[in-house]
Design a protein around this ligand. Structure first.
Ligand code: UDX
Length: 460
């Protein structure tokens, strides 16, 4: 099929590349000329596993092209996907101005019987609005507007596209739905579930899915706080909960709070949509509030550890909002680091991919190319991103480099016993803090026994 992608940002580009990989003829259009020039020169504007290779393969095969010429991109296409940004507006609502603008700009050049599909995350009713915008320009034209939300995770977007849990097609017309079904045929043939519904439902599915996932994270983080108070172990509790098929094991990893370009923005937009339609969403409002407080709590725990340090220095390992991305948007690090700096803490940092993006937003941080250099003279090292390379940190070397051996594993990726064996004081999320003096108490054994006693004492 001949597909046009409006917007070569994260969603547009990865989706366009994957559709080309599936055999479609795709042209990606963007108003950013520099971006298009870079893409035409073969370089991707962000890091995403496997994207660069897949992109060059499909360009070479003649199935994928990039242009800043919108009329050329739009004419004679069976499907036009709109994948432009929907940033957060002043009152938390999604700012749809780029979507409206894209609709206005494609309208004059659309061929008859085109299916316009909204890939951008948009509020309920946007497909209908886009239909009206195009109809205003091209009243006599026969066309459809549909909704086809994406559920791609940064870092595994290509895998997620090619192996989706489901495909959601929102269309108010049979022919339009069939056109999208045709587009996804290679995936649907592999028994990927299809949710066919109206455009409004499809639009809501995207927001509700992200809100629910944020809720799961918020919940497990609150349970982690409780575990800290009772000296329990959140890892055991999360596993015990997640094995219940009704709950499921994913999105139960506690940490410094969710970030990224989607959850913070989409949860706020979901709440704003609820308000606009007189159906408030207090659960998600609470999740948003808890997530903001979470970062402060992590920063406060770090400050508590630095009380006796004269010129306190902290090493931050990982500023990306999660592993396998160079994206720092809404990353917990962007809140935790300035909070520490305001209290007079010197921050040294390392991130394997995201240092360049981090440095733009955190200019007062000292950046290093190596975690061990970053650890030099530090009173505490905090792991904020779950990069695989931190799982195999040379703790002996870290211990030698640091002034004080305190390690705060905010992603629970290190084995507590191994950490204390190297002479560290060990802090993590949802588990007891282990002192550095190499004593024998085991993180997983002694504490639950004590809890058991406490519980039975209360009962009797
Ligand atoms: C998310 C959705 O997963 C995706 O479907 C949607 O299209 C876009 O938003 P992404 O932002 O790439 O994708 O990241 P994701 O992997 O979902 O993680 C979001 C945030 O939650 C990260 O900050 C991550 O660290 C955090 N998280 C995730 C946790 O703290 N614990 C978990 O168990 C899972």
């Amino acid at each position: 099929m001949r597909v046009s992608m409006i917007g070569a940002g994260y969603v547009g580009l990865t989706t366009g590349v994957c559709l080309a990989e599936m055999g479609h003829e795709v042209i990606c259009a963007d108003i950013d000329r520099d971006r298009i020039a870079h893409l035409n020169a073969g370089s991707t504007p962000f890091m995403e596993n496997g994207l660069a290779e897949m992109m060059s393969r499909n360009v070479a095969a003649g199935r994928l092209a990039f242009t800043d010429n919108l009329p050329e991109a739009v004419a004679n296409r069976e499907i036009i996907m709109i994948a432009v940004g929907t940033p957060k507006g002043a009152a938390g609502e999604a700012d749809l101005s780029f979507v409206r603008e894209a609709a206005r700009r494609i309208a004059p050049h659309m061929s008859p019987k085109t299916v316009v599909t909204l890939k951008s995350t948009v509020v309920v009713g946007t497909a209908r609005e886009v239909r009206e915008i195009i109809a205003e320009e091209r009243g006599a034209l026969d066309f459809w507007v549909t909704s086809n939300p994406e559920f791609l995770r940064e870092g595994s977007a290509i895998h997620d596209f090619l192996h989706p849990d489901r495909i959601v097609i929102g269309a108010d017309d049979r022919d339009a739905a069939d056109r999208l079904i045709e587009l996804y045929k290679p995936l649907l043939r592999r028994d990927v579930p299809l949710v066919e519904t109206g455009t409004e439902n499809a639009e809501l599915i995207k927001y509700a899915a992200n809100a629910f996932l944020a809720l799961k994270i918020g919940f497990i983080n609150d349970v982690a706080d409780l575990c800290e108070s009772i000296e329990g172990d959140i890892q055991a509790v999360a596993r015990g909960i997640g094995l219940d098929k009704r709950i499921g094991p994913s999105f139960l990893a506690p940490g410094p709070g969710y970030g990224g370009s989607c959850f913070p923005k989409d949860t706020e937009a979901f709440v704003a949509t609820g308000r606009a339609h007189y159906a408030p969403q207090p659960l998600i409002e609470a999740v948003i509030d808890r997530n903001a407080k979470r970062r402060r709590r992590i920063a406060e725990r770090i400050l508590d550890e630095l009380q006796t340090a004269r010129r306190p220095t902290v090493t931050v390992l990982g500023v990306a909002f999660k592993a396998d991305t160079d994206d720092v948007r809404e990353s917990p690090a962007l809140y935790i680091i300035p909070y520490l700096q305001e209290k007079g803490v010197t921050v040294r940092a390392f991130d394997p991919w995201a240092a360049a993006n981090g440095a733009k937003l955190l200019p007062d941080v000292e950046w290093y190319n190596d975690p061990y250099e970053a650890a030099e003279g530090a009173h505490l090292t905090a792991i904020l991103t779950e990069w695989n390379m931190f799982r195999t940190l040379d703790l002996k070397l870290m211990a030698e480099r640091m002034r004080k051996r305190v390690l705060f594993d905010c992603r629970n990726i290190l084995d507590p016993e191994t950490v204390i064996e190297h002479g560290f004081r060990h802090l993590s999320i949802g588990r007891a803090t282990l002192p550095r003096d190499g004593f024998a108490r085991r993180a997983t054994e002694a504490a639950p026994a004590r809890n058991l006693l406490a519980t039975s004492a209360k009962r009797s």
